[in-house]
Design a protein around this ligand. Structure first.
Ligand SMILES: Cc1ncc(COP(=O)(O)O)c(C=O)c1O
Length: 376
């Protein structure tokens, strides 16, 4: 007999958060468009929620599905950055935070702003340098990292970092946006919190902005849910519904995107206009061995550094006809961008770096477009 406890993540992405299997029940959820719910004393005793800033059926469906995939309890937010704000709020006043020196720029901007205001002290480390991360852990309250990182595709040693952080009592969070829960589950390495910009792979169609925090520790979850209710950075029911619809195809999307990314990475590495390809799936990549050990695939993101410098990078972005010059990632359409054009991008990111988010188009069409644009 089919045992739900043994279903694979690909199956769970399809079935989690569905309405009950009852005669006449809809196969998929409807959108619950209400700002408030009928309720009376005793307050909250039986109702799942009384007001949509606190709770909503469409959040619950999406949270159930993402929670199942990450192996924890998920809490959704109106943006990845709203989730990040809730995460930083977990840091005790006057505490110490260690973060990746090359990660999503707005994460660094927000952390820098909070540190400048005296909320906590901040140290930045290269997360691919495990020794440096371990050396920074002493006296730290929270370590907040990405793996693979955006946009350098650096890989952090989750097992070694997790072992040390948990031994020293340091809470640690991993932004799992690039990997998706299908390729990596940081909670299984002992991470305290996982963050997703659900805007990217989880929703997958470049049509909704959302964030997610996932955790197992009830005290952290209580604090996260309380923060969301008070600060109001919530996801609309319609957006939650859209994101769950997108999540249903996560496995087939990621499978195709990473297969194409691997092909493109190998061809780009052999192209004379390309100085360096950053993709953990390449045997020559510094993160390859680690990624092969801790991930179930290498993902659909890669970055290239152009031999002709910043001008060549701009020229590539201007010359493509199929790839879309746009920020963001993880959607069905292939996007590319020179990251340093964005003011928040840290100086650790080279000026000649173009980040590519591989979509679902035919890989030969994607390659032909890159090849003509690199030669233009
Ligand atoms: C790795 C990563 N984390 C967090 C965020 C922030 O998410 P959002 O744009 O959904 O607020 C992004 C956005 O690009 C991201 O790439």
């Amino acid at each position: 007999m089919s045992d739900p406890a043994r279903w694979s993540p690909a199956t769970r992405a399809v079935v989690a958060g569905r309405p009950a299997r009852e005669a006449g029940a809809p196969v998929g959820p409807s959108v619950e468009l209400t700002s408030t719910y009928v309720s009376w004393e005793p307050f909250g005793a039986t109702d799942p929620g009384i007001y949509t800033r606190m709770n909503n059926a469409n959040w619950r469906d999406l949270e159930q599905a993402v929670g199942v995939l990450e192996g924890g309890t998920a809490v959704v937010f109106g943006a990845g950055m709203a989730a990040a704000a809730a995460l930083f709020d977990l840091v005790p006043a006057g505490g110490r935070v260690v973060m990746a020196d090359a990660c999503y720029g707005s994460m660094l901007s927000l952390a820098g702003k909070l540190a400048a205001a005296g909320r906590f002290s901040l140290e930045l480390v290269d997360v691919s340098d495990t020794g440096a991360v371990l050396a920074a852990l002493q006296g730290t309250d929270w370590l907040i990292i990405e793996s693979p990182t955006n946009p350098l595709l650096q890989v952090a040693d989750l097992a070694a970092i997790g072992e040390a952080a948990n031994r020293l009592g340091v809470r640690w969070a991993v932004d799992n946006t690039f990997a998706t829960p299908l390729l990596q589950n940081p909670l299984d390495f002992g991470a305290s919190v996982v963050l997703h910009s659900g805007t990217k792979y989880l929703a997958g169609h470049s049509d909704v902005v959302l964030g997610v925090l996932v955790a197992r520790d009830p005290s952290l979850l209580d604090a996260i849910v309380a923060y969301r209710g008070l600060h109001g950075g919530i996801l609309g029911p319609m957006e939650a519904w859209l994101a769950l619809r997108g999540l249903r195809t996560l496995a087939v999307r990621v499978e195709r995107q990473q297969a194409s990314a691997g092909v493109l990475a190998r061809r780009l590495a052999a192209h004379p206009a390309v100085e360096r390809v950053r993709y953990p799936g390449l045997a020559s990549d510094p993160g390859h061995v680690l990624a092969a050990r801790q991930m179930r695939g290498f993902g659909g993101m890669l970055s290239i550094e152009l031999a002709g410098g910043r001008e060549a990078a701009d020229a590539l972005v201007a010359a493509v006809r199929l790839w879309v010059p746009a920020t963001s990632l993880g959607g069905v359409e292939s996007l590319l961008e020179r990251r340093r054009r964005i003011p928040a991008e840290p100086p650790t990111v080279p000026e000649n770096l173009v980040r590519l988010s591989v979509g679902l188009e035919d890989v030969e069409d994607l390659w032909a477009d890159l090849e003509q644009a690199l030669g233009a």
